[in-house]
Design a protein around this ligand. Structure first.
Ligand code: SF4
Length: 942
């Protein structure tokens, strides 16, 4: 009998549209296959600069994100108590009127009583500008609890950073060090890069307490103890300095290593740079034998020695102080080995391998270039060692200085923006630090008035802080106060607790976007929900009177808001991946992208960015309203993307500008700009010519081009700040110098942690816990398959990971009498949880860990209340205290880095006890089941 013919290549689509993935932060180009208006399939776009056709499991599963049963479908107004899940469906006009009424009142009385914070927002160019026009300083995205330590350390040190600010020179590097991990959103580009290294046989060394993901394919895994990466990097520096394997020429040309630091202990100028009458820093010239301006090109600066200035003061090159710091015994491999959990010989060997690769395998590209002083170089010298770091080293209270130390190591080897090293991605490099100061000082926040500048920026002295005469913070999260002076991304993790305690003041409206603050984004979930539901004892009203929340999904946060503005999925809207925001540029040139709606929403939802512009127009905000009071962008976010100009000729999108669409970077708005993007696969990329692809911090042609594109204000060289004078200014203030000094309670802390030299100090939580009582470090990792809490409700991704376990070293588990599957109590100084364990080999023996944001609250995300995510899954968050313990009856600081305010998620110490057999096999704590929300649409199969 003839076999039936099966067609295995049925055409299942009738249309293909390009757009940009939002299943993680990489923002790959994708092609969406549609049939009858239904999403059938998603694949990578081969022409896209970010992923070149690669798609990951998350990206392919976007289809189930789009059809998730947890999608919100209509604006909701709370009618029961917060947390009850009692809402009434309302129409958009009622929702927007209500939001506008609340916001209008706040703006007319005191704009800072609005706290506007966003989570996984990819439109910070808009949201930050909106906050500025509203007039509130209380704005930030989620960077303060993610990786601000890394961003700030890099921007203050060399005007760039890891993450999407730069990347290893995948093509030329010969040795790669990877610190920490964030495999969920440092995904396809890193995987593609690692693949290239593997193909060339390049050695990959992963420094991480846990051997998962990228560490699993590394040639060498170093299972470091959490929070000691700075010590490890410091020991590598010690070895390189001791063996004189450093690039002195690079240091002298491109860094402040030769700048003279005044030695005048006890005086207001101690530790500041010696300057001439024009304010230019000085170096000591070895040939002329006297100090000269550091900005001259024709000098021969000394890097060591002590010199006398013309006024008789003594000064030394900052490099002397750096070498004194790192050549000290405390940074020797022998001294750090036990603390780091790494044998001293391993540290010495890695240092030798770094030195050998950087100096014995020097690269030379025969490409001529012109430096900032106009000197012509006939080739580009490369040191083929590259490094990359992710969240693991950042989310500690010593993370800022750890990241600074790592950058010092890179710079000591001469590896920033050279062939084979670490390369900037546009719009970086920026001046170190960028010149924008935060707005929100007393007198700058006025009724019905925009702020004079953006709420976020870079302070360089105590004069820049947002505090009043008594030192009281002006922001609700206390960013840019003595508690967190360099809080370049704000402190979102402190907002709810501070607002509930009215410390430093009460707020009227909390406005959140895509931030699951009542669950996996909260330190101490129980206390956070208590803050969100706290009532005033006298009036019986909520202490935070109004909470507006926008999200596409029924996350745990929805239940604790009053007014829900349902967002679209990422396949239903316009979006702008802008150079004014978080870039997707390549090292070879700038890039940006758009999202276009590939399908129309089938629910009564609106894109948040369009809603924000609508609210701005209703409030009459400058820039969002015409003179006659009509909306400036009646076409919503797409209209804004095309027609908004941040400065003349500079808009959200850099491609095809000008009326005819022939300019790139700068040019008038182009009414057909979005069409041009769509024709090009929804992205734009401009490849730089070869002579401006490296040494961009000092490459005159690059700097002139970057200035014309609006990336930097002036085409001046960017000098790496190894010695960070702004930190010294804070230290001097704490020592009693200057007009703005910390209140007595903060002085010791500022003096202790504002060290102008990079280095390592013990993490704050660690330093106050009894290590015998809490012998283990507890950390989280993100799996490649999931991007924060979105992924763990996705029907396809849940099949990869439907619950989490607590992992610990086999040796430790056996010591504790534990076997796979045993239930244990994990106990911190403030709380306890109950979880199930698994034993493994690839983990530091003093560390336990789990996947983050897999555990869900029962009833949330339209999952069954008995879903494994709720009954077996768990969060470590319950164990983490929001505040550090009191010391000597003093003020309780937030559990954050003392410099930047970065949330110290990974400083946690715990102990483990086996749970009694009679206890139920359910993770703990369990919270009351959240009621299913009204109007959730049924999930749909593609
Ligand atoms: S790496 Fe991220 S952006 Fe790229 S396809 Fe995967 S989820 Fe999407």
């Amino acid at each position: 009998m003839a076999q039936p013919k099966i067609d295995t290549s049925l055409k299942t689509w009738d249309e293909i549209k390009t757009t940009t993935c939002y299943m993680c932060a990489c923002r790959c180009g994708i092609k969406v296959y549609l049939k009858d208006g239904t999403v059938k399939y998603i694949e990578g776009n081969r022409d896209h600069p970010v992923n070149k056709g690669v798609i990951c499991g998350k990206g392919a599963s976007g289809i189930m994100q789009h059809y998730s049963p947890a999608r919100l479908s209509k604006p909701l107004l709370r009618v029961g108590e917060r947390g009850s899940g009692e809402f009434r469906e309302i129409d958009w006009e009622e929702a927007l009127q209500l939001a506008a009424t609340w916001l209008k009142k706040v703006r007319a009385e005191d704009p800072k009583r609005l706290a506007f914070f966003t989570g996984r927002d990819q439109s910070q160019g808009l949201t930050g500008w909106w906050a500025t026009q509203f007039g509130t300083p209380n704005y930030a995205a989620h960077g303060g609890f993610c990786s601000v330590n890394m961003a700030a350390a890099g921007l203050y040190t060399f005007g760039g950073s890891f993450w999407e600010f730069g990347e290893p020179d995948w093509k030329h590097t010969k040795y790669f060090l990877l610190f920490g991990v964030a495999e969920d959103h440092a995904s396809n580009p890193i995987k593609i890069g690692l693949g290239k290294l593997k193909a060339r046989g390049v050695k990959i060394v992963s420094i991480n307490p846990v051997r998962t993901g990228y560490s699993a394919i590394a040639d060498e895994w170093i299972g470091i103890r959490p929070g000691t990466d700075g010590l490890f990097a410091g020991a590598l520096i010690h070895e390189l300095l001791a063996s004189r394997k450093v690039d002195l020429d690079y240091l002298a040309r491109y860094t402040n290593a030769p700048w003279l630091v005044i030695r005048n202990e006890g005086h207001a100028d101690d530790g500041t740079f010696a300057r001439n009458a024009n304010g230019e820093p000085l170096i000591y010239d070895a040939v002329i034998g006297r100090p000269l301006s550091a900005y001259r090109a024709d000098t021969s600066p000394k890097l060591v020695g002590e010199f006398t200035l013309v006024d008789g003061r003594r000064a030394v090159p900052s490099f002397m102080l750096l070498t004194e710091r790192f050549l000290a015994d405390e940074y020797s491999p022998t001294a750090v080995a036990e603390k780091c959990g790494i044998p001293a010989d391993t540290i010495r060997r890695i240092a030798a391998e770094l030195a050998r690769t950087a100096f014995d395998e020097e690269l030379c590209l025969n490409i001529g270039w012109r430096d900032w002083a106009g000197r012509i170089h006939d080739k580009m010298i490369g040191r083929p060692v590259s490094m990359y770091a992710m969240r693991g080293i950042s989310a500690h209270s010593n993370g800022f200085q750890t990241c600074r130390t790592l950058h010092f190591l890179q710079i000591l080897l001469g590896t920033i923006d050279v062939p084979g090293g670490f390369r900037y991605r546009a719009p970086f490099p920026k001046p170190a630090p960028p010149g924008i100061k935060p707005s929100g000082k007393p007198g700058q926040v006025k009724p019905n008035t925009a702020l004079p500048g953006p709420p976020l920026g870079f302070v360089t002295s105590p004069d820049d802080l947002l505090i009043d005469k008594e030192g009281t913070p002006q922001r609700i999260d206390k960013a840019y106060s003595w508690e967190a002076p360099f809080a370049a991304h704000g402190l979102m993790h402190t907002v709810i607790a501070n607002a509930a305690k009215r410390d430093p003041y009460g707020i009227e409206v909390l406005f959140l976007y895509m931030a699951n603050m009542s669950w996996n984004s909260a330190m101490n979930v129980a206390e956070t929900t208590a803050h969100l539901t706290a009532k005033d004892e006298k009036t019986g009203d909520y202490v935070i009177p109004h909470i507006i929340y926008s999200d596409a999904y029924a996350s745990e946060m929805v239940h604790y808001a009053d007014l829900i503005l349902p967002d679209t999925t990422y396949l239903e809207r316009w979006d702008c991946i802008s150079l004014l925001d978080r870039p997707i540029s390549e090292a070879d040139g700038p890039a940006d992208a758009i999202r276009q709606p590939v399908v129309e929403p089938d629910r009564d939802v609106r894109p948040f960015q369009t809603v924000l512009l609508d609210l701005g127009a209703r409030l009459g905000l400058t820039g969002m309203t015409n003179e006659d009071g009509t909306p400036r962008y009646p076409g919503g976010y797409a209209d804004y993307m095309v027609n908004h100009e941040r400065s003349p000729g500079i808009g959200p999108l850099a491609g095809w500008r000008g009326k005819e669409g022939v300019f790139h970077g700068r040019g008038e708005p182009n009414p057909r700009q979005l069409e041009r993007y769509i024709e090009n696969g929804c992205h734009w990329f401009y490849e730089l010519p070869d002579h401006v692809k490296y040494y961009r911090h000092a490459n005159r042609d690059y700097l002139e081009w970057a200035s014309s594109f609006g990336f930097i204000g002036r085409p001046e060289p960017i000098v790496f700040q190894l010695y960070l004078e702004p930190l010294q200014k804070f230290r001097l203030a704490a020592q009693g110098h200057g007009a703005v000094q910390p209140p007595e309670a903060h002085r010791a802390r500022v003096a202790r942690y504002f060290d102008p030299l990079p280095g390592w100090h013990e993490a704050l939580e660690e330093s106050v816990r009894d290590h015998k009582e809490f012998p283990l470090h507890a950390i989280t990792q993100r799996p490649m398959a999931m991007y924060h809490s979105w992924g763990s409700q996705n029907a396809w991704l849940r099949q990869i990971l439907g619950r989490n376990w607590l992992y610990l070293a086999r040796s430790r588990g056996e010591e504790l009498g534990l076997a796979d599957g045993d239930w244990v109590h994990v106990i911190s100084a403030t709380s306890r949880i109950k979880v199930q364990v698994k034993l493994m080999d690839g983990v530091n023996p003093d560390t336990v860990w789990t996947w983050n944001a897999i555990g869900k609250r029962s009833g949330a995300w339209a999952l069954s209340p008995d879903a494994p995510e709720a009954k077996k899954g768990f969060l470590l968050n319950h164990l983490i205290a929001e505040l550090l313990p009191e010391r000597d009856g003093s003020y309780r600081y937030s559990n954050s880095d003392p410099v930047t305010g970065q949330a110290a998620w990974y400083d946690l110490r715990v102990r483990i006890e086996k749970a009694p057999a009679e206890e139920a096999a359910v993770s703990a704590p369990q919270f009351p089941v959240l009621k299913r929300l009204a109007g959730l649409v049924a999930g749909r199969r593609a």
